[in-house]
Design a protein around this ligand. Sequence first.
Ligand code: ADP
Ligand code: MG
Length: 704
Amino acid sequence: MGILPQPAAMDFEHAQQLPVGSLTGIGPQSAARLQKIGIHTVQDLLFHLPLRYQDRSRITPIALLQPGDPALVCGEIEFTDGLERGRPSIVCRIRDHSGSLSLRFFHFSVQQSLQLKPGVLLGCFGELRYGYAGPEMVHPEYRIVRSPEQLLDPELRPVYPLTDGLSQSVLRKAVKQAIDLCLTRQDGVTDWLPAELLQRHGYPGLKEALLTLHNPPAAIAAERADNNRPPALRRLAFEELLAHHLALLQGKLRYKNRPSPVFPADEAARRQFVKALPFRLTAAQHRVIAEIENDCGRPQPMLRLVQGDVGSGKTVVAAVAALPALAAGFQVAVMAPTELLAEQHFRNFSNWFAGTATSVQFLTGQMKGKTRQPVLEAIGSGAANIIIGTHALFQDSVQFQRLGLIVIDEQHRFGVNQRLALREKGQPAGLHPHQLIMTATPIPRTLAMLQYSDLDISVIDELPPGRKPVTTSVIPSERRSEVIVRIRHWIAGRRQAYWVCTLIEESEQLECEAAEKTAANLTLALPEARVGLVHGRMKAAEKDRVMQAFKNRECDLLVATTVIEVGVDVPNAGLMIIENPERLGLSQLHQLRGRVGRGDQESYCLLLYLSPLSQLGRQRLAILKESGDGFVIAEKDLELRGPGEVMGTRQTGLMQFKIAELNRDADLLDAVPEAAQLLLARHPESVPALIRRWIGDNHHYAEV
Ligand code: ADP
Ligand code: MG
């Protein structure tokens, strides 16, 4: 093949790591294109698996062709026509014993059009579709033959995922070389999974798995087409999931090995603080506080996730957890995903710490120049003790004097990526801050392993006493006028309500426009109501003014986009209408609904769906009607829609897989933690190798 100067001295480990540019047929341009889809080395090519396979082992009678199903046909040309109408094209009709088919070509040479003469036997590979003139294939691959047998190819042809400017044949040739280099020799590619693990799961070795998938026997391709996973594919998906899990675990181990400040718990200070609160902490809150205090009392950084349903009182837990750090003279940063929520935290913390020596400060990206500078100075000098804000807290311009604890609220809004980057917000003294992460989105156990296996988990599994469950109804949009009557009565009773407009096509602008329109319509329909509007495109000060007015009861009906999703607290607002709830994930709906039911009166949530609703849509909304428990809701949503959907791209952050697909492969996750422990304990050398193979070198996990 002439790729390497001295095959005899070749280091096979090295062969895997060769740049793809060293393969015959891959010039600098193709190499650059391959890079775009993440293929840098020969090994990357080996792990670039076919999407599907082409079967040219048999000829399909024309009458049996299925649209969308590529197939090989063979027939005699009846006639060929040049068409001038519109784009110039030629149409060539072929016939076999079962029927006839038109072939349409838009790009063709004169020579080509001359070859396609009546009576010629033509083999074609392509996909059937229905055009003006009946069944046709557009630009099929074709060959003039003397007998149909000439067309047959017993081997399945892999079809690889491509990128612009790269052809199947270039890729096939390159993969074939990669296989020759690494797979057809002894030890060409290292199998990092120990034999006992393979045996336990019935997985083939790595070499066999890769060979099978690139050059499969026909039976396997058929299996794969049926969405059955042959062991070869299962093994690779498992290996990839394992690598991601290991990367998180390793990040944790490394971070945990760093020094961090020790904050001894101060019982007296805690008691005093808790006594001053307007409520009594629940047993669950006390338990979680104790877990956090225990972590912060150690010289290694805490990495703890607090999960607690909406309204379980996570904010105050963070405030109590901050006391030991403050007592030791360290700063505490509290980060919220939105300005609105950051402001609310700021108000709460300011109240709780009023009359103490603790200075609570506020910083968001909206603050500029004169308002920003003094806050930055206070953070830098240590005059600010608790700093609350949005992700602006972690910009380079913000220098903490002595950061001891980072609290990240509603973590699911931030990707794994961002969370890990935050850990790098270093310390002048080389001491790493403790980290507390709070989320209301319950992540089912299996998925937690990919999302949170670098964290210790605490659960607040109890709501403050006296909360009444929210009565939820599912109502079709045809009954909108009844809903409006209901709002009228509600407001007449001096209570307030939310009207939530949901996301349209992931476009914030459209969502905001819809909210504006809805607010105008509701103002017309309910002339006696004071209607407010808050959406994501409003300036922070404006949003704040509207929210404040709503809190002060200067507004009866608040029309909002999903910006109110997290944390907003107005106890008198006990009615929520969610328009087009079918567009949102159940966990998100549950969070929205958590805005009501915060007081001690009855509260209601009306899910005003656009009918007709699919069977699945109805089932999903019914879950919400029946359950008020965020964990149950998340589990059921998972069952109905699969993990990929439930986690959503926004929530998965870094989690992009080459081979594994969460919806298909979630069942493989169960065995991942045990395998990870086995590798860490007995084959530690394989851990970094697996991470490098599947995730690469430049990932955040490695930087932690
Ligand atoms: P979440 O867990 O959703 O972030 P919050 O921290 O916003 O919940 O708390 C919701 C409301 O419950 C707030 O008004 C908070 O002051 C109040 N709260 C918190 N803990 C308790 C408690 N133990 N008893 C009564 N009310 C509480
Ligand atoms: Mg909260």
